[in-house]
Design a binder for this molecule. Structure first.
Ligand code: AMP
Length: 398
């Protein structure tokens, strides 16, 4: 991909697709500013080189209709504070007034368009809509890794109207570099920890990772389907019977490839899915009826921590327990700690996915991880070996 470093920005209006799909609290204030912070370098580059940054994004799922709850107006104040420039709110992308406002912007300004998903054509990747957005800028920069797996008008279709003038922003570039480092320039041993609730949502990433890693740790709700496939009694734990065959295939493939596949060997169980559930810790895996596995047990914590600390590359996606409940978060905390500690001794660590990022933040360890991806779905699809439409569009039009 051509990076923004190769663009001539002086005097140009640069349409920058960012991912400001940030959480808002009840007062419609931005509750987590990470995604805005991560675009600062790109915006700084544009302004400092004499360009004007016209930022565009989606926010939530307004389903093609104008809905004030999802207005990017709510993001303007936080963006101005974090980016360090007054952010001019432009309004709707198709409105003639927006065009006038853009013409009147002083040089080296930063401006933000209204939520692109107020138009259903954004998500359908409509060419006319993409062309209408394109007329507002001289160059196109994609810095929205979190949305790069979507083939939408502003993330993919639009690039064809900027042949030779389509660039990757610093964040997109950095994300791809970090993922490539893990996948192709891997220091071994390479350990992946894949947790979360369902095998079905992570099946493809498991299939691809088993061909790349030395150790594959499968934990969280999805591990119970693997345990069931191994003939272990799992009580009332999360279970996807239709995935048992796939779990068996992955276990066999790991064995054939000499990959060490680890699942929990003991479990912290609850008698209901609440933080206040009665707790029972199994001494080995069998979980009685009426109980469900909600976290990995102490023996598993010890084992997993050892595998992690003996690794040179660590990839983590998905909590290993119901970490939102404080009584069931010790496993996830131990993975976070082991990962941070191993990074301090020189290992390369990468994590992504909303819950894993929330977990590392919950334990105050984010500064000790080599790279934290802003993409959940995008990161998973990249790790599955898929070419993301946003990245493909840049390649085809660079
Ligand atoms: P995912 O979106 O697939 O990464 O799943 C994340 C969710 O998995 C989190 O909300 C966790 O609470 C949940 N989770 C992790 N371990 C378990 C478990 N043992 N049982 C049920 N849910 C779990």
């Amino acid at each position: 991909m051509k990076s923004i470093d190769q663009a001539k920005l002086q005097g140009k209006k640069i349409l920058v697709r960012v991912d400001y799909n940030v959480p808002l609290n009840e007062q419609f204030e931005v509750a987590d500013t990470t995604r805005i912070e991560r675009t600062r370098q790109t915006v700084d580059k544009i302004v400092s080189e004499g360009g004007t940054a016209i930022l565009m994004s989606h926010l939530g799922r307004p389903k093609g209709e104008v809905n004030n709850n999802y207005s990017l107006k709510h993001v303007v104040m936080a963006a101005s504070r974090i980016l360090g420039y007054p952010v001019h709110f432009l309004g709707d992308v198709l409105s003639p007034e927006t065009e006038i406002k853009i013409k009147q912007l002083p040089p080296q300004s930063v401006a933000l368009l209204e939520n692109l998903r107020f138009h259903k054509e954004e998500e359908t990747g409509d060419s006319n809509f993409a062309q209408a957005i394109a007329r507002l800028g001289d160059l196109y920069v994609n810095d929205a890794f979190g949305t790069a797996h979507r083939e939408h008008a502003s993330t993919a279709t639009i690039a064809q109207y900027f042949k030779g003038k389509a660039f990757a922003g610093y964040l997109l570039y950095e994300e791809v570099t970090a993922l490539e480092k893990v996948l192709t320039d891997t220091k071994r041993p390479f350990t992946a920890i894949i947790g979360g609730s369902k095998v079905s949502s992570k099946l493809n990433i498991l299939k691809n990772l088993v061909t790349k890693v030395d150790n594959l740790i499968i934990a969280g709700g999805m591990s119970y389907t693997f345990l069931a496939a191994l003939g272990v009694k799992i009580g009332n734990s999360l279970f996807e019977p239709e995935m048992v065959q796939d779990a068996k295939t992955i276990i066999k493939q790991a064995h054939r490839l000499g990959v060490d596949l680890y699942v929990p060997i003991d479990n912290v169980c609850g008698n209901s899915f609440t933080n206040d559930a009665e707790i029972f810790v199994t001494t080995y895996n069998d979980i009685p009826d009426g109980w469900e596995g909600m976290d990995i047990g102490p023996k598993t914590i010890k084992k997993f921590s050892t595998y992690i600390t003996h690794s040179s590359t660590i990839l983590w996606n998905g909590p290993v327990g119901v970490f939102e409940f404080d009584n069931f978060d010790k496993g996830t905390k131990s993975v976070a700690l082991a990962m941070a500690a191993t990074t301090l001794t020189g290992a390369y660590s990468l994590l992504g996915g909303g819950d894993s990022v929330a977990a590392i933040n919950k334990y105050g360890l984010s500064d000790y991880i080599s790279y934290i991806s802003t993409g959940g779905g995008a990161m998973l699809e990249y790790l599955e070996g898929l070419e993301l439409p946003g990245i493909k569009a840049l390649h085809e039009n660079e």
